[in-house]
Write a protein that binds this ligand. Structure first.
Ligand code: GCO
Length: 454
């Protein structure tokens, strides 16, 4: 309805991740992680781009914080590169790496910007990978010790932490399709075991953050999914969309793309029964103790939401995906524009898991260019934002949604697509490291200022 409003304390932010922006990959004692190694291999990434320099945020962070301030951003979600603070993944601490994040955090606080720190946005230290990485059950301790270090060094000033970012992707793309680092196509059963270890590592990190936090922390988790939204507001279509959202894919090679396998254990302490049956022959040993560790209470449910599927109730009483019409709107990276996902997605997620929701990522890539007038005009991004945030506003009247982080603060290294996709509110000229606020950045600034009343 027109009366929908965001809560007055709604958090407006933007997000990035370390490898995608920092650069300085061999500087000040940083260790190598799987993306450092993977991107050096010929043919892995679009035109063999790497994150070696990226936005050189390591040296430009003050300027970047200044731009955030100018945009009126209240919160900044960034990640810590595990290998920058623990070059081997465990053991010796790299004080210069710690110093970098300390300087960034202090700069944010000085500018009244609240830091939201992600522990794992895919920078698995290469030394740990060589020891089996996610397949080695010891990763639970490694990740726990890393979380403890983060709590000890940063939680006097940082209150908000997310453990894992998008386990669906780092297992699915990293170890099933091999499109992402480390570029492995592992047997199915290995991927289930890695997933189980990752969930345990999440639980361990929550315990460590709580135990060593220097203040009462807000701890969350940030998975992703393609959302489902109903074709009409009839009770049947809504039920169909809900059912489709929480069911598990039939195609096992796609098994990681779902909500329930990754969130039921965290919130309910059990895997969905449907999956225990479907995937039975691939599963590792799962104990009650494991499930207890995985289901540590958390405070925030982060969700990276980009698009969704329209669903209606079929004649046979089963959910049915509605085919998109010809010429359906899409972004530069070819993802469909489906604003409804920001209304129905968070509603369904909140209904099931009853935990405050943060949209930890949402955004799009556009074919942005610097125009003859020296500005970057990105009407498609503004249109996308207006539509998606309008839908999110509706959800905020029905579910406990606390914040929104736009992906991304600035153009950056888009994984296998390299620099060919521009997701930023800020344009980056990679030849000069010049930053230019796009039109959408000014639009977002005004939107934030009015808490969505436009
Ligand atoms: C993530 C995302 C980001 C991407 C963004 C656009 O895992 O959080 O992959 O890192 O850059 O989603 O694809």
């Amino acid at each position: 309805s027109d009366k929908a409003k965001f809560p007055s304390d709604f958090v407006w932010g933007a997000a990035t991740s370390s490898y995608q922006i920092e650069g300085a990959v061999t500087e000040d004692g940083k260790g190598a992680h799987i993306w450092d190694i993977f991107t050096r291999e010929e043919g892995r990434i679009f035109e063999n781009h790497t994150g070696e320099i990226a936005c050189d945020h390591y040296h430009h962070f003050k300027e970047d914080v200044k731009l955030m301030k100018e945009m009126g951003i209240q919160a900044y979600r960034f990640s810590i590169d595990w290998s920058r603070v623990l070059p081997n993944g465990f053991g010796t601490v790299n004080e210069k790496g710690i110093a970098f994040y300390n300087a960034l955090i202090d700069e944010l606080l000085k500018n009244d910007i609240e830091p939201y720190v992600t522990l794992y946005h895919w920078e698995l230290p290469y030394e740990l990978y060589k020891r089996g990485g996610w397949l080695n059950p010891q990763i639970v301790e490694w990740f726990g010790d890393y979380a403890r270090l983060v709590a000890e060094r940063f939680s006097d000033r940082v209150k908000n932490f997310f453990t894992l970012n998008e386990p669906q992707c780092f297992i699915g793309l990293g170890f099933l399709t091999g499109d992402h680092a480390p570029g492995v196509q592992a047997p199915l059963r290995d991927t289930f075991e890695m997933a189980h270890n990752a969930l345990k590592a999440h639980g361990k990190a929550v315990q460590m953050l709580r135990a060593y936090g220097k203040q009462k922390l807000c701890i969350g988790y940030a998975p992703t999914a393609s959302m489902c939204y109903p074709a009409t507001e009839s009770a049947q279509d809504i039920e169909a969309a809900r059912t489709a959202l929480f069911s598990l894919p039939a195609d096992k090679q796609n098994w990681t793309w779902n909500v329930s396998w990754w969130s039921d254990p965290v919130f309910f302490g059990q895997y969905p029964k449907e999956g225990l049956v479907k995937y039975e022959k691939y599963l590792p040993k799962i104990t009650d103790e494991d499930m207890k560790l995985i289901s540590q209470p958390i405070d925030m449910y982060g969700q990276n939401i980009y698009n969704g599927q329209c669903v209606r109730m079929g004649k046979d009483g089963k959910p049915e995906f509605v085919k998109r019409y010809e010429g359906f709107p899409k972004t530069a990276i070819d993802w469909p524009v489906t604003p409804e996902c920001l209304n129905w997605g968070p509603r369904f997620l909140y209904e099931r898991y009853q935990t405050p929701i943060y949209i930890t990522e949402n955004g799009l890539s556009c074919h942005d260019v610097v125009s003859l007038d020296g500005k970057v005009h990105d009407p498609n991004r503004i249109d996308f934002l207006a539509r998606y945030l309008g839908e999110l506003k509706k959800a905020a009247t029905a579910a406990d949604i606390r914040g929104y982080f736009h992906w991304s603060l600035m153009d950056n290294f888009e994984w296998s697509k390299g620099y060919s996709e521009r997701f930023g509110l800020i344009y980056v000229d990679y030849r000069t490291q010049q930053r230019i606020m796009k039109d959408s950045a000014y639009w977002y600034r005004d939107y934030i200022k009015n808490n969505g009343e436009i």
